[in-house]
Design a binder for this molecule. Structure first.
Ligand code: HEM
Length: 213
């Protein structure tokens, strides 16, 4: 499996895509950039909301937060929430209906993951065929999809904790849901930093995510 991933990449090297091959369909690109915008707005306004009542020994510098004050930040947070939730559901549905989900993100195994990770460190992973995700990419994208799901569910508990008693209890109560929400945010920020660095290392991928080809 490890070999097949690395080999698949090297085969792709010899059949590099022509500039006209569609790598990312339009719906996916629109959904991706809307989602990126929504997540950035949610994270920055979320930091301002956290600052109003921090549960760790630090606050986020006001200059990197959004909303100016608690009320303003809550308004940004709720507005961006609709982008992330509606667009996220559309992305998931479109991936399931088009059968892109199993094709693009599976299979994933520990063996293939560590094989591709080590190949990446040795500079042996090719990016010639942008339609094909290696196992490290698959795992990262699956992680962020699940993480966003957790963030939305825990956010629901924080927003309407009386209306969703079952969900609240499943998440360990209001205070635990707050911590889950915070650490899921930290997971997204970590993903974001690694994701952007990786994309900048192979700028062709950014062009493809904008132009489709
Ligand atoms: C928190 C915000 C973001 C999230 C949650 C996110 C998530 C994702 C996901 C899930 C995919 C896979 C899409 C698919 O094939 O279905 C993806 C691909 C991609 N993203 Fe993002 N993204 C974010 C921000 C960004 C930013 C700011 C950039 C620009 C630097 C970027 C550049 C890319 C590129 C170039 C790809 C295709 C990369 C590849 O071939 O691996 N993303 N992103």
């Amino acid at each position: 499996m490890i070999e097949s991933n690395v080999l698949a990449s090297s085969t792709a090297d010899t059949t590099a895509l022509s500039g006209k091959t569609t790598v990312f369909p339009l719906w996916l690109r629109i959904s991706h950039w809307l989602n990126a915008l929504g997540v950035i707005l949610m994270v920055m306004s979320g930091w301002r909301i956290y600052d109003a009542s921090p549960f760790l020994a630090f606050k986020f510098p006001a200059s990197i937060t959004l909303g100016g004050w608690l009320g303003g930040a809550l308004q940004w947070h709720f507005a961006a929430m609709w982008i992330v939730v509606v667009n996220g559901l559309f992305y998931l549905l479109a991936n399931v209906i088009s059968r892109r989900l199993p094709r693009q993100f599976f299979p994933v195994s520990f063996k293939a993951f560590f094989g591709d990770l080590s190949a990446a460190f040795k500079g042996r992973l090719s990016h010639a065929d942008l339609r094909h995700y290696n196992t490290v990419q698959r795992a990262a994208y699956l992680f962020v999809i699940v993480d966003l799901f957790i963030i939305v569910l825990s956010g629901l508990v924080l927003w309407k904790n009386v209306q969703f008693p079952l969900l609240r209890e499943l998440l360990g109560g209001y205070e635990t849901a707050r911590r889950i929400h915070f650490f899921a945010m930290a997971g997204i920020v970590l993903f974001f930093v690694v994701h952007v660095v990786m994309a900048l290392l192979v700028p062709r991928t950014i062009v493809a995510m904008i132009r489709g080809r």
